[in-house]
Design a protein around this ligand. Structure first.
Ligand code: CP
Ligand code: NVA
Length: 309
């Protein structure tokens, strides 16, 4: 049984296979309507339960469409509607019940330990739909989007992240090791990636490049990524943190010293870390990026169900 919890724990070959499969599937369903199943309905009869402890629009709808297009179905739960969320049932029993009724479980949580606890008691695959420490389904989909737009393997590109060292960046760092691409990060000194993350990169004989100056980070970039300065789980003084990120706001001028055709990506939702001119400008591919989550979630589901072609 295969889980999809953290990119760093999944072999590069499996991650590459997910991208290859998503590419084929996207192409094959060009003329199909949103709810029409893929040829062969490979997950016919399968049921995915998704549970959200935090807000979501993209992850929620893309998983709904993904399992539908594969011939299965989904039920979306809010944790506070369950006994578990109200303190009236254990994770162990909840996991056993979910395993009894469903074939897969996707969890968005504000606690990384909860994913491990669920994994321990589930007898079906679990997918991490965002946790405080990572957002793996987002980032693998973003690698797909980059390669689709740039028509090159990501290992041949310079990827730049300007923003907070949050869950999305942690997964991007893991991806930089798994897919061997150059990753430069622009953020204030105080908000650099955690030592544990940097040490993991070192242990894998790879390097990430950190600058406390957005221009230096964006130099020769092929892709610039950003995300909200304040994430869902961020219990900080918001005004003070936003202030410290002021000079890291993405403006058109940042693209002056990037490589030609540099694109802008953002997982959404956005705050004011990026100028409207960039976000809605010709370099931005954020809507295509969001749509691709459907295609990549499908290949993630097939991977977890042991059905990746
Ligand atoms: N990017 C992303 O995961 O969006 P949602 O929070 O809306 O799911
Ligand atoms: N870093 C953001 C991503 C949202 C999809 C958060 O955790 O809120």
């Amino acid at each position: 049984m295969k889980h999809f919890i953290n990119l760093k724990d999944i072999p590069s070959k499996d991650l590459r296979n997910i991208i290859i499969d998503a590419k084929k599937r996207k192409k094959l369903r060009k003329n199909l309507n949103t709810l029409e199943p893929d040829n062969g309905s490979p997950l016919k009869g399968k049921m995915l339960v998704q549970m959200f402890e935090k807000a979501s629009i993209r992850t929620r709808i893309s998983f709904y469409l993904a399992i539908k297009q594969l011939g299965g179905g989904t039920l979306t739960l809010k944790s506070n509607e369950l006994h578990l969320g109200q303190g009236g049932e254990t994770i162990a029993d909840t996991a056993k019940i979910i395993s009894t009724y469903a074939d897969g479980f996707m969890l968005r949580t504000d606690n990384d330990k909860k994913i491990d606890d669920f994994k321990k008691y589930l007898t079906i695959p679990i997918i991490n739909g965002l946790s405080p420490s990572s957002h793996p389904t987002q980032v693998i989909s973003d690698i797909f989007t980059i390669e689709e737009i740039k028509k090159k393997q990501v290992s041949k590109l310079n990827i730049c992240w300007i923003g907070d060292s949050n869950n999305v960046l942690n997964s991007l760092i893991a991806a930089s090791v798994k897919f061997s691409f150059r990753l430069s990060i622009g953020c204030p000194k105080k908000f650099e990636p955690k030592k544990k993350v940097k040490n993991w990169v070192k242990k894998n004989n790879k390097k990430i490049y950190i600058y406390n100056d957005p221009k230096k980070a964006a130099y020769n970039a092929d892709v610039i990524f950003s995300d909200k300065v304040i994430s869902l789980n961020d219990n900080v003084n918001k005004r003070s943190k936003i202030k410290q990120f002021q000079k890291f706001k993405i403006k058109k001028s940042l693209f002056k010293n990037t490589n030609k055709g540099c694109i802008f990506l953002h997982c959404l939702p956005r705050g004011d870390e990026v100028d409207e001119e960039v976000f809605l400008g010709k370099n931005s591919h954020v809507w295509q990026q969001a749509l691709n989550r459907v295609h990549v979630q499908k290949s993630i589901l097939l991977y977890c169900f042991g059905k990746l072609r």
